[in-house]
Design a protein around this ligand. Structure first.
Ligand code: MRU
Length: 354
């Protein structure tokens, strides 16, 4: 299967709905869901049918363009009010990935900038902007891929965590983009290790699926195996994605990422965060201010198991993300360039946040 041809989310040709690849069913079933109600778009983001920070942003852009197209009024003020209600609702789906809010804010700015036009033209402009967000995302991933590729050497072993792959973006992924760039140049001598990524198994179900399907040398490990794999010399570099990066370079990503960074530091392995500039939140001074999503206990106690694997009633703590301290990050790869500490000035030098 050519995974790079799979669209995580797109607008149906007749603009009647969003077509979302249901990632909760992967790798066993490749099914595209057609969702048109705003509640169903919200639900698709909430339960991770569409997930990964950039893909969530693309989905939010298309989603609000679609739902705003159904607002029945010719009055700009009424349109604006209804748009803002929809925006607020979609923004409540998940708290950590800043791309959700970034995309919705961008759509709001687009709407306000053309509100002096007839409402049908405003609706058309919103569809255009959503498509631009999607197309830009492809270009961003390609650029991150080229920069990340320049850090690779023949024979490298690469570790990645969660899925920051093509399934998490419009195409190519962020952490996987250097791998696809290497493959496109005919490199066959690099190996990728994917952490399975408890509790939702994005590494096993999604990263292993997409890289293996793409013909890349892929080995799946449980999260707690990363240390032995690093110690045995099999890993030369770590690439991970992120959901939100603070001004100082602290980076929130899927739970377990900070542990990988600590291990990488211990074993002297470079640890790179791949971050579209839309994921960098210059309004936050440090990672302490990043809201961390907590999810249902069942994801830990019974999901994926044939029977429940924890005593009934036991307390469960299920944070979906953690923050890797900037001091553990070798570099942050944005589409505009590779940033090294101190990160705030490095982001500003690239025009990020200005
Ligand atoms: O909960 P998820 O699956 O949405 O978490 C995804 C991640 O943590 C990714 O690494 C991150 O969003 C970057 S995707 C390019």
């Amino acid at each position: 299967m050519d995974v790079l041809q799979l669209d995580t989310v797109r607008l149906a040709a007749d603009r009647s709905c969003l077509e979302i690849l249901d990632q909760t069913l992967l790798p066993g079933t490749v099914k595209v869901l057609r969702v048109s109600r705003i509640e169903d778009i919200w639900e698709a983001i909430k339960v991770l049918r569409v997930r990964g920070a950039p893909a969530i942003g693309v989905c939010a852009g298309y989603g609000i363009a679609l739902t705003a197209s159904r607002i029945e009024t010719e009055d700009p003020e009424t349109f604006c009010r209804a748009f803002l209600e929809q925006k607020e609702y979609l923004a409540s789906a998940r708290p950590t990935a800043v791309n959700l809010f970034w995309a919705l804010d961008r759509m709001e700015r687009t709407m306000r900038a053309c509100l002096d036009r007839p409402i049908p033209a405003v609706k058309e402009r919103l569809f255009e902007e959503a498509q631009t967000i999607r197309d830009e995302d492809v270009a961003i991933s390609r650029s991150i891929g080229e920069i990340g590729f320049s850090l690779l050497r023949h024979g490298d072993g690469i570790l990645t965590h969660c899925n920051a792959g093509t399934l998490a973006t419009a195409k190519y992924g962020t952490a996987t983009a250097p791998m696809y760039a290497a493959q496109a140049r005919g490199w066959t001598d690099f190996r990728v290790y994917c952490d399975e990524t408890r509790p939702l198994l994005q590494g096993a179900r999604l990263t292993a699926f997409e890289l293996y399907s793409a013909g890349i040398d892929t080995t799946l490990i449980c999260d707690n195996m990363a240390s032995i794999v690093m110690k045995s010399g099999k890993i030369n570099i770590v690439f991970v994605g992120c959901d939100r990066v603070a001004r100082n370079g602290d980076a929130a990503n899927k739970i377990g990422t900070s542990g990988v960074a600590i291990l990488a530091r211990h074993y002297g392995i470079p640890f790179y965060v791949c971050a579209p500039s839309s994921t960098i939140d210059m309004t936050l001074d440090s990672g302490d201010q990043i809201p961390i999503e907590e999810r249902a206990a069942e994801e830990v106690t019974e999901m994926w198991y044939r029977e429940r694997m924890a005593p009934q009633g036991v307390k469960v703590y299920n944070p979906a993300f953690d923050v890797t301290d900037h001091s553990l990050i070798t570099g942050i790869i944005t589409e505009k360039g590779l940033c090294r500490a101190p990160y705030g000035p490095a982001f500003e030098a690239l025009g990020i946040g200005t």
